[in-house]
Design a protein around this ligand. Sequence first.
Ligand code: ISJ
Length: 365
Amino acid sequence: MSEADQLKALRVRIDNLDERILELISERARCAEEVARVKMAVLKPGETPVFYRPEREAWVLKHIMEINKGPLGNEEIARLFREIMSSCLALEHPLRVAYLGPEGTFTQAAALKHFGQAVISTPMAAIDEVFREVVSGAVNFGVVPVENSTEGAVNHTLDSFLEHDIVICGEVELRIHQHLLVGENTATDRITRIYSHAQSLAQCRKWLDAHYPNVERVAVSSNADAARRVKGEWNSAAIAGDMAAQLYGLSRLFEKIEDRPDNSTRFLIIGNQEVPPTGDDKTSAIVSMRNKPGALHELLMPFHENAIDLTRIETRPSRSGKWTYVFFIDFLGHHQDPLIKDVLEKIGQEAVALKVLGSYPKAVL
Ligand SMILES: C=C(O[C@@H]1C=C(C(=O)O)C=C[C@H]1O)C(=O)O
């Protein structure tokens, strides 16, 4: 068979497969509509339906990854299913999600990675505003950064948990690639100023010291804001990610300039809805201990004794007394698991205050 005939035959096969895929996706979407009807039918007066089920979505993605035989990799296949679910959920009820904006930030990328493209996403100017939108019920969920593997905690986010009553419903991790971006009119050999968010400047500190030691580094409110500024200036560049580059039509003068190749940021999904256990969960809590010797030891012991994996501990000023602190802790398990319940009870006896911020499925993607 000639090359042309082979390609023709293969394309006919692909067309047939696409038609079958379309049929199956449509059938799946009709099932999701049916699920919505069932959820509505069992509502008692005054109850609001829960359309979005993160624990179920986590299971679907994990299951697909477990049975995937290739040739597409697990991440690739999960991304496709992520989008199918996102569209199915939007048929039931479109989700409204607020994120730390403006458009083009890594937080927006994290929101889309977690919820898929079919959500209605709204940028907010500050982390605190994301919290307030969720508390007021103006949106279903919020997405905020909480820690970066190079630069550590995002303190604004931790402090916001002290001020708002909110539930953590999920987490999402994003590999952060920073690029040096320039516009069409940038004189690339005469750059005198580089804009970026302080976190991003810090993530590229060594690279900047080596390549642009004498150039002014200007910290602005977001990477997207940095990219926007470069549009109007011939002598400046921005450090930002792909989304900001696309949004403002900038090109990459240098790619992946972050100092650490594994540079990642973890984001939290905040909402008003408790998430049931999946068997592979994480819990976040705030604990404030008495100001006495051995207080931290008392907090850590129950985890050690029960072999519970404490994945993170962060200290912040308590804001209710000088030199008093609260601990933000993350650990594996769900607060409804009997073992975790016991541990929390033990800690509660020693602590001045203990608040579980939420238990949620470990990031799948
Ligand atoms: C279909 C459901 O509703 C939503 C859509 C899902 C899907 O498309 O698979 C999964 C969970 C929910 O977020 C459900 O609850 O099963």
